[in-house]
Design a protein around this ligand. Structure first.
Ligand code: UD1
Length: 418
């Protein structure tokens, strides 16, 4: 089993191409719906985006000398990550209009830190008529302290700061591997960034984006997809090798899984994992990287649902991110939620039921939970899953699961299961 490139990296790399005219080639790009949506957004601003005819995982992006720095609502509302075109478009064009992405099933997703940070870099930013409108005759370097290590705000600020004049310091920056990947890519484009992977990023900007040039890059592997396979193993028991998974990107998750009874052995090409028996319960709290990622949580809850004992899961990033728990309860899971805590009492087996995917990871976690259930589990609204997985059903089937994706409409009222 091999993981493709990370959704949460490739979307930002695609946005970063807007900084400079030229031909880009991105490798290890996942064939997922969100990449198609970002491609649509890049085309809307004037770029050409095409898959490589000989390499199914390579994407070519041609960025013209002039782009139209407007990200329209009809595209932006379909995926939140689109907000990261704001920084690069502002840096390149001195102005940018990006429709406000709106909330989603995790609850509200504000952009105040993006706005405040860009303002501190000298931009005028107004949120009007449902748009974020930013302009700056010149971006000014400075020190920005984020009140929380927001992934998206860090990315927008990084991509704006490369065109600010002088030294910008972003403090309390997010440290996710996907941010490190973006820093590497920006470095290849000619940017001078130090501190990648730490919470202090130092950017030496040139007062313009014109010094940047196009570059090629291979996208870092998707640690959340890797976690999905590990969770499937945890629920079903057995052994799996996840090629492309990097232990150093998933250290605390691997430690939790080991505590639950999994044996995980990293090697140069990936992670070998064995789940010899029913897992033990653990407690866990989500935190910004290197903490246990909020995106792992639905998988941890799915595993805890059939583990031995009681686990308490605390969500510290998106308080509303427990909606899938109702679906797991429909499958017989014993889970009680109170504000941002969930108490999960493991049961021996779940019982398969029709359930609904509310977002990408929740949908995948329900499919994983279905592996520990008697009888069929039908995940509807599984179009969410396709936003982040190339072929989750095919992947789990290749690990031995009895799972298939159905075409939309082939089951009355249902979208294809994962
Ligand atoms: C990214 C990931 C998402 C992951 C999340 C946290 C992508 C496409 N998505 O989302 O999968 O779950 O990081 O690891 O990369 N916040 C504010 N104001 C802001 C920005 C954020 O209050 O201006 C809050 C959010 O509401 C949330 C927390 O900060 O509570 C973290 O959000 P952030 O790190 O920005 O998440 P995203 O970049 O949206």
């Amino acid at each position: 089993m091999a993981v493709a490139g990370a959704k949460n990296s490739v979307l930002k790399l695609m946005a970063a191409t807007l900084l400079a005219e030229g031909a880009y080639r991105l490798g290890n790009v996942p064939r997922i719906v969100d990449v198609d949506l970002m491609a649509e957004l890049l085309r809307a601003v004037g770029c050409t985006v095409e898959w490589d005819p000989f390499d199914a995982a390579a994407l070519h992006i041609d960025v013209p000398a002039e782009i139209t720095p407007v990200a329209p609502y009809d595209i932006v509302e379909r995926f939140r990550a689109s907000v990261v075109v704001l920084g690069p478009m502002l840096a390149r064009c001195g102005e940018a209009t990006v429709a406000l992405p709106g909330g989603d099933d995790f609850g509200p997703r504000p952009v105040d830190m993006h706005v405040r940070g860009l303002t501190e870099l000298g931009a005028r930013v107004d949120v009007v008529h449902g748009n974020i409108e930013a302009s700056a005759a010149e971006l000014l370097a400075g020190r920005v302290v984020l009140e929380f290590p927001s992934v998206g705000a860090t990315e927008n600020l990084l991509m704006a700061a490369v065109a600010a004049k002088g030294t910008t310091v972003i403090d309390n920056a997010a440290r996710e591997p996907e941010i490190y990947d973006l820093c590497q890519f920006l470095g290849r484009m000619g940017a001078d960034i130090s501190g990648a992977g730490s919470s202090t990023l130092v950017v030496e900007g040139a007062g313009t984006a014109r010094y940047l040039r196009s570059a090629d890059h291979t996208v870092v592997g998707d640690r959340i997809v890797a976690a999905t396979y590990l969770a499937a193993l945890g629920v079903a028991s057995g052994e799996v090798f996840v090629a492309g998974a990097r232990h150093e990107h998933m250290e605390l998750l691997c430690a939790k899984l080991a505590e639950m009874g999994m044996i995980i052995t990293p090697d140069a090409d990936g992670l070998r994992a064995i789940a010899p028996r029913r897992l033990d319960s653990v407690d866990c709290s989500t935190l910004p990287y290197p903490g246990v990622a909020t995106d792992y949580k639905p998988f941890l809850v799915a595993m805890l649902a059939t583990a031995s004992g009681v686990g308490i899961v605390t969500e510290n990033l998106f308080p509303g991110r427990f909606r899938y728990v109702d679906e797991l309860r429909r499958m017989g899971a014993d889970i009680r939620t109170d504000a941002h805590h969930a108490v999960v009492r493991g049961v021996e087996r779940l019982s398969g039921a029709p359930v609904r995917a509310h977002d990408i990871r929740a949908g995948a976690a329900l499919a994983v939970a279905g592996l520990g259930a008697d009888g069929p589990t039908i995940v509807t609204d599984a179009h969410h899953v396709a936003r982040g997985y190339e072929d989750l059903a095919g992947d789990l089937a290749s690990l031995g699961a009895n799972i298939r994706a159905e075409q939309a409409g082939s089951r009355r009222g249902a979208s294809p299961p994962a």
